[in-house]
Design a protein around this ligand. Structure first.
Ligand code: ZN
Length: 283
């Protein structure tokens, strides 16, 4: 089974995770820029974070045979912090970089006026830079948040086929399917969507325009949820080709719209800017 995890925060994960993901079939991933669990207090923190997403983390992934890409944005939660608002001015230079395959995560957290502004501004950046957009739907008041996100996407003029709305569930899937946007599902260990519910959604809505991700990060999450969903699909009677479509060809099609996907994990370099992932003297 070849797997492309279209949403996973590897900066928060260990080398054991990389090794287990490779063993499970993960060969490519996208790491969206997001919030780190604690507020950043200045724009410089974002610069260093974005630099790691296009530099150190792809190098780390390459050491495990996994192709790493990222999305860059000011996340919805920190869009509310006036100390972070100037991050919007940083984005254009990152959106030109090779490993950046979309603008994201954007969208709503608490649906404030500040979030409205950042969301619309970043959809405009996606259009300007000819990139897809990755939209996070809020965990509270999800139906209203998703409906409003679809309205903002429509207003922006970006083609719906270039937008994924993520963290969907049974309540929000139909409206997103009707909108023409891609449907993203994050499979979590205890809360929100799990692999059985995901299989039921695939049975009802089909495999077209569907992305399945682990959204693993610094919270309680599981980087192997993509593989476990593939196994659950097979157990429920889906074919190998269906699984390949959902877990590989769909994310390749969606993020391929950036023109920047590079699916060869090139581990030729053992060092990045003079540093390696090894500890102690070389054997
Ligand atoms: Zn995320």
């Amino acid at each position: 089974m070849r797997i492309f995890d279209p949403h996973i925060h590897m900066s928060s994960r260990t080398t054991d995770d990389y090794a287990a993901m490779h063993a499970a079939g993960v060969r490519a991933l996208v790491e969206p820029a997001f919030w780190l669990g604690q507020p950043r207090t200045n724009v410089g923190s974002f610069t260093d974070y974005f630099d790691a997403l296009v530099g150190w983390e792809p190098f780390r992934a390459s050491q495990f045979g996994i192709a790493h890409h990222c999305t860059i944005a000011l996340n919805p939660k920190e869009a509310n912090d006036p100390r972070c608002a100037p991050v919007l001015d940083l984005l254009p230079r990152y959106l030109e970089k090779d490993g950046v395959v979309a603008v994201g995560e954007i969208g709503y957290d608490s649906m404030t006026a500040e979030e409205d502004k950042a969301f619309a501004a970043q959809l405009a950046l996606a259009i300007d830079h000819d990139l897809p957009a990755m939209v996070h739907t809020p965990h509270r008041d999800k139906a209203a948040g998703t409906e409003r996100s679809i309205a903002v996407v429509r207003e922006s003029g970006i083609a719906p086929g270039r937008v994924v709305l993520d963290h969907l569930n049974e309540v929000t899937v139909a409206m997103v399917k009707d909108s023409g946007c891609w449907m993203g599902f994050s499979i979590y260990p205890d809360t929100k969507m799990d692999e059985e519910r995901m299989v039921a959604i695939l049975q009802e809505y089909g495999t077209e325009r569907v992305l399945v991700n682990s959204a693993a990060d610094w919270g309680k999450s599981d980087p192997l949820k993509t593989r476990k969903t593939g196994d659950a699909m097979l157990a429920a009677g889906f074919t190998d080709d269906d699984v390949d479509r959902v877990l590989w060809r769909n994310p390749v099609e969606f993020y391929g719209q950036s023109g920047r996907l590079s699916l060869e994990a090139d581990a030729a370099d053992a060092e990045f800017a003079g540093n390696s992932i090894l500890r102690g003297a070389r054997k």
